[in-house]
Every structure is written in C-alpha cells, then in structure tokens.
Design a protein around this ligand. Sequence first.
Ligand code: FA5
Length: 344
Amino acid sequence: MKERLQQLKEEALQQIQSSEDNKQLQDTRVYYLGKKGQITEVLKGMGKLSKEERPVIGQLANEVRDTLTEALEEKDAELEAIKINKQLREEAVDVTLPGKPAQNGGPHLLMEVIRDIEDLFISMGYQVAEGPEVETDYYNFEALNLPKGHPARDMQDSFYITEELLMRTHTSPVQARTMLAHEGRGPVKIICPGKVYRRDTDDATHSHQFTQIEGLYVDENVRMSDLKGTLNALAKHLFGEDREIRLRPSFFPFTEPSVELDISCKVCGGEGCSVCKGTGWIEILGAGLVHPNVLQKAGFDPEKYTGFAFGMGPERIAMLKYGIEDIRHFYTNDVRFLKQFHKA
Ligand code: FA5
C-alpha cells in the first residue's frame, strides 16, 4: 500500500504540473482526492492491515493528501495568474495613441444674438416676457388696433388654425397680454423674444418661421426722444460706436407715429453700395409710440400713460453683423456654418 500511495502521489503531481486549465485541474482533484478517488480506493484496503501498519499508512495517506492539495492550490493560482496576464495583454489599451477630439457643442448663433440683446435691455431695467406661439386673432391683431377686415392685416400673411386661432405673426401680442396683466398701472418695461410664423415664401432674407424681439416701455411721460435714445444705444451696442442711426417715418397700425430704424451702412460708410442698395442706410427694425387705442384696449389710460414699442428680427441683425448672405443658414444647421461662430 505504501508503494501504491507513493506511486499515486508521483502520478498525481505530474498530472497537476501538466494541467493546462482549471477544468483539467479540477478533474485531477476529483480523480485522486474525490470521495470515490484513487486515494480513497487504496484506503479501503486498510482493514487488511495489521494494527501497527494502520497508523503508518493512515499518516502517509494524510501526507499524500496534504501534498496534493497544496500542489493543486499552487497550480490553481498559477493558472489563474496566466489567465489574468493573457487577458491583460489582449485587452491592453495603448495610451500613447492619439485621442479622437470630442465635438464640443455651443449655443446657436441666433441664440447668442438674442441673449446679447436681452442682456443689453436687462441692463437698462427691462424684464423678459413670453407669450404663446399659437395665438388668438384677438391678441395678434384686434388688441393691436387691427380689427377684422383691416387692410393692414395683409402686411402679415398668416397661418390660421381655426377662424380665431393662428400661429402668431409677430411678438407684438405679448405687449397686449403684459399690459393687461399690469391692470392699468405703469411702468411696463419688457422685451419679448420668440418665434413667429408668416406665410412668406422662403428666400435669402425671408423665412416662414423666424424670430423677433419685441420691446415695450409704457409709463407717464414716455416720449419719442426716449425711443430714439434707446434705439441709439441698441444700434451702437450691436454694430459699434461709429454707426449713425436714422428714424424714418413708417406705418404700423399699433403705433402712432411709426418709424423704421436705419443704421448707416458699414460697408460703404454711408456713400452708397450694393449692400445698402445705394442709399447708405440699412433698415433693422420697426417702432413707434404705442397707439392710444392699443393702450386703452389693454386697460391703460391714454391721457395718463404713453409708451414706445419696437420689434426687430434677430436673424436680419445677425446677418448684417456677421455678413451672412442667406437666412436659411440659421435653420439648415450645417455644423460647418454654426462652428464658425463658436467662441470656444
Ligand atoms: C412687425 O412685425 C411689428 N410687429 C414690429 C413692431 C413692433 C413695430 C412694435 C412697431 C412697434 P415687421 O413686419 O416689419 O413688423 O417685422 C419686424 C422685423 O421682422 C423686420 O424688420 C424683419 O427684421 C423681421 N422679418 C419680417 N418678416 C420676416 C421674414 N419673413 N423672415 C425673416 N425676418 C422677417
């Protein structure tokens, strides 16, 4: 039995050493040390041994078992280390490879222009107001002195949803809504940026959906000179200190008198060129003193309160400021276009 145990030990150690994976190792363990394994088989013959031999063989069997268990553990750890090293080699990341540059997002140019104008007016004490894009005929037209059938409604071709609902054609309805909310008490000092919709045919300077920023200041003693000073500050902030402004008489049903704001042409310095169509001036917005009918409909006493209002198109302003030749660039979202204006 002694020889048999020694022989099993040698044989098992060899098999353990030559095991190539954990499965093979596990099979070896079961074959030699398992309940029905080789060592147990040998020990079954213990009954035939003499009293003196039994403990000797028992001790030897334990030694063989311990030796094999130790060898199995060592081999198991060795195989595990080989496995991990292989995996590390296979999954190694070459940190010296050049990285792929991440695409940084940024605000859309139109948003930057709108925020810049908002910031200027906030610094002059204005608050930002908003209104719905789906508007009632009443706020979009009637409250602004444009009753049904008024010919000036044709100035803004509209997308109607029902007889009484439409996509707002300008941001001016927010004027009427805000004044009503003030319940006849001034001052009201707001700007309202937002999307507007018109049935205009899309071309280089027109879009059927575009943005506007409305401005409204209603209080006691608000005069034309206040409007002029405000628009002068706006024009210089947007286009530079050296730009001149001009208020040209115009017509809007909701303002009286009405004006359009022109700025001196940057390209020719006022001499006249193709950009300003030979006039030396470029129009940037419509404005005027709030019509008494509009004040009255919104609950303000026109004997006590006066005000001015203006409405501009940020796309057109951005086009002038950055030399963009087609309004459609703002909406097609070609990143090559948008990226040119990212500051970072
Ligand atoms: C108005 O919409 C008036 N509500 C502005 C106003 C407000 C006047 C308060 C007086 C007092 P107008 O239709 O001119 O006015 O439009 C204002 C600006 O919107 C224009 O100067 C232009 O910059 C822009 N705009 C008008 N139509 C389009 C269009 N189809 N595409 C892009 N921008 C446009």
